[in-house]
Write a protein that binds this ligand. Sequence first.
Ligand code: F0G
Length: 451
Amino acid sequence: MRAGAPSSGKRVLMGAVGAETRLAGMVVRCMDCGATETADRPLAACPGCGGLLDVVLPGLGERRISPTEIGQGLTANLARSGVWRYRALLPALPDEAIVTRWEGNTPLYEDDRLAEYAGLTQGRLAFKHEGQNPTASFKDRGMTVGVSHARAVGARIVACASTGNTSASLASYAAAAGMPALVLIPEGKISGGKLAQTLAYGATVVQIAGDFDQALSLLRLLTDAYDVYLVNSVNPFRLEGQKTIVFELLEQRGWRVPDLIVLPGGNLGNTAAFGKALVELHQVGLIDRLPRLVVVQATGAAPFAAYHAGGYVAFEPVLAETLATAIKIGNPASTSRARRSIAQTVGLVTSVSDDEIMAAKAAIDRAGIGCEPASAATLAGLRQLVAAGEIGADADVVAVLTGHLLKDTEAVITYHLHDREGALQAGANRPLSVAAELPALERALAHALHG
Ligand code: F0G
């Protein structure tokens, strides 16, 4: 790793041969000062004012895209990806830079028991299961674009700070690209499954004696000074990939717009990406109105919900605490972008307790769908807002499940096997233990076998 002078120094170090020419038309714009920059080098913030950046898709306002154009004109490899299928609405990275593991293509599940749990009319709730991506979370959609951009600009090392899923995804995509990955994680605060993935895919893992917010701040200092490409969701290319969650769910619905799209909020990258996706789909005529975004945070990590409730007067970071470790974030990096998404979609923001999250998760798991705790915040938030009358029972809703059940087996085992205040948790499914002989098995199963 070589130190470089911030930004301009890194341009020389990172510049791939020909990147300036190949990526000449690719532009990012600062959401605060409006300055534009060519994206032929890594840019995590506006070099002028430090604001967050958006990728600009040239000519979007002047062109209509019809449903039949989607997925056309792609190589066989790219056509299999549920991200690159939407290439007409993504930055024009050169084919040879693209690293894909055929991410996306995730199912939309409906289950009447879960609609009832939410207080919605049957048939009005679907779950977009992003846990069914290659590394079992939605992060793969962002990573295919982020790592491909890193390749296109000639980055030598890709890096992220993470609560576990981004690190697993980055480690996998960097391995696929043959690039070294550096990961900073808060020590002891990410699930075993996510740590295992990250180690197994071969990333260099540094455990920080601090929380996620500290790990991200530290990494930003490092990437400001060294020739290292940052792929956290401050990176505008990551978010381009995450837009495809919205593209795909709408295409699966025949471009019929739901009333609400519900998602968990942590670092708020998805909230940012979803707003941009919806505005762009509207611009090109694929949808005729915008659904409302509903962002759900965990009560112990809900600075954005508080900011929203206070009318966006003053943002106060918090010291995050929640069982849903994926969203244990007290100072979300994409707060200003998320605020814009909520304004554009007349969205709602709320928070739910860990008990509500775990009860909703148990319901999703028992329906055979399953998800990790952070994902279940969606159902818990929906149930709360329907009960409060803020969402009507016949609203047409898609909720996004962001990660797979196996991402956090510790949470599942604790819920089902450990008493809480001397009693089983609601719906806990305790295994029976018996001697390895038939009579003992019959005694244990007497009730189940004979009704
Ligand atoms: N759900 C899951 C399963 C996540 O892993 C994350 C974020 C979120 C929701 C929140 O999404 O940040 O876009 O608001 N995980 C990041 C990580 C922070 O490092 O894996 P967001």
